[in-house]
Design a protein around this ligand. Structure first.
Ligand SMILES: Nc1ncnc2c1ncn2[C@@H]1O[C@H](COP(=O)(O)OP(=O)(O)O)[C@@H](O)[C@H]1O
Ligand SMILES: [Mg+2]
Length: 374
């Protein structure tokens, strides 16, 4: 009999003889085995250890297997559960089916059959873990690539203030050497140096906050968060002569994961730059709405929109219409993943035709809906 690694099992059975017999065998199937003699004790141990698999008898005193399984599912909906029962026409059988348990094994338990069941659940758990690991790595890789864009932006953005600081300082030195430094000029140049330095430090603060890896739910001001993303992308926006029509107001707060929100937003905004490449006048419109339970952020451009036949594909991984040197096809996939799976929200897209200052435009509109409380 082979040992199944890295799996914890909770075994619940009221009959002492059966319990001890099967427990002796189950030990070889897992790395961690917890044993309970009824539903009450089972539930207690479940809460304490959250095991990978629960194997439970159905008929038990105090709390039966179905009731316990129901309570467990309220804690963890995806919990793997196997029932054992001495009766093939058990009245609980239907309940067990409704609970969508992973297996139903008749007593006396056929060990080979149980082994197979545990084996297949183990494989399932491993696949799920691998998938989650892969997903986390994709999000991380995407974050690195948006950080690259931001660093390029900052390098651009810093040139001007750094130049000013250097010119101000040189000016002070020359005027001093020539004995022509007035108090007025001295204070003026120092003030300008300080202002520029503050601006640089704001940008670097915004970047280092974004880089922080710690996932922390916080109550944050949505407008400030959006502004900080726009600030980090400022050089790109200016270079491409994009006008950002920012209709956000500063009294909307949301309790969520700020960096994840920013990462999802950055990918959407970076795309608009490519979509707008051929337009003469380039606009990005950002709007926020709030209702009782959620906030809705929409990002719209006038880049002509997305072809109907690819509209359903853009959130798929590796889907890109760009040359491979410019597009990875991961941006919107990651945004979608973050918004739906991490932030509990939704991300939708549609083409919109609208007027702005009496001119009609068409473009893609991305709508992020997030719960006010994650
Ligand atoms: N604002 C937009 N306007 C038009 N098409 C867009 C827009 N945003 C995304 N797309 C389309 O969606 C595709 C996928 O975007 P994305 O996942 O960010 O990958 P990438 O930018 O690397 O191509 C893009 O290649 C483009 O065809
Ligand atoms: Mg992209």
């Amino acid at each position: 009999m082979k040992k199944i690694n890295d799996i914890s099992i909770l075994y619940v059975e009221d009959e002492k003889g059966v319990r001890e017999g099967l427990a002796d065998i189950l030990k070889f199937f897992c790395t961690e085995l917890h044993i309970a003699c009824d539903g009450v004790e089972g539930l207690e141990l479940y809460k304490k250890y959250i095991p990978n698999i629960v194997i439970s008898d159905i008929r038990m005193p105090n709390m039966d297997g179905v009731e316990m399984a129901n309570k467990i599912r309220q804690i963890k909906e995806s919990q793997h559960i196997i029932f054992t029962s001495a009766h093939s026409n058990d009245k609980y059988f239907i309940d067990a089916i409704e609970l969508q348990v992973d297996g139903y094994i008749l007593k006396p338990v056929n060990i080979e059959k149980l082994n197979k069941k545990i084996d297949s659940i183990t494989k399932h758990i491993k696949l799920k873990k691998d998938f989650e690991k892969q997903q986390a790595m994709t999000i991380q890789a995407d974050k690195l690539s948006s950080m690259k864009v931001m660093l390029e932006n900052i390098a651009h953005q810093w040139r001007q203030p750094l130049g000013s600081i250097s010119a101000d300082a040189t000016g002070l030195v020359i005027q001093k050497q020539m004995n022509k430094l007035s108090d007025e000029n001295f204070y003026k140049n120092c003030e300008s140096i300080n202002e520029n330095a503050l601006h640089l430090s704001d940008t670097i603060d915004a970047l280092s906050k974004f880089i922080e890896d710690e996932k922390q739910i916080e109550n944050f001001n949505l407008k400030y968060s959006i502004d900080s993303v726009l600030n980090l992308l400022e050089a790109t926006i200016i270079e491409h002569k994009i006008k950002v029509v920012n209709n956000t107001n500063d009294n909307i707060f949301i309790k969520s994961l700020q960096n994840e929100f920013k990462q999802a937003l950055i990918n959407i905004i970076i795309n608009t730059k490519d979509a707008l490449a051929l337009e003469k006048d380039k606009f990005i419109f950002i709007d926020i709405k709030q209702n009782e339970t959620s906030i809705i952020v929409s990002i719209k451009d006038n880049g002509g929109g997305i072809d109907e036949y690819i509209l359903t594909k853009i959130f798929e991984p590796y889907f890109t219409t760009k040359h491979q040197s410019r597009g990875t096809g991961l941006g919107l996939y990651v945004s979608f993943d973050i918004i739906t799976n991490i932030l509990n929200g939704t991300l939708e897209v549609e083409n919109k035709t609208f007027t702005h200052e009496d001119i009609t435009y068409t473009g893609a509109e991305f709508t992020i809906t997030l719960p006010l409380n994650i």
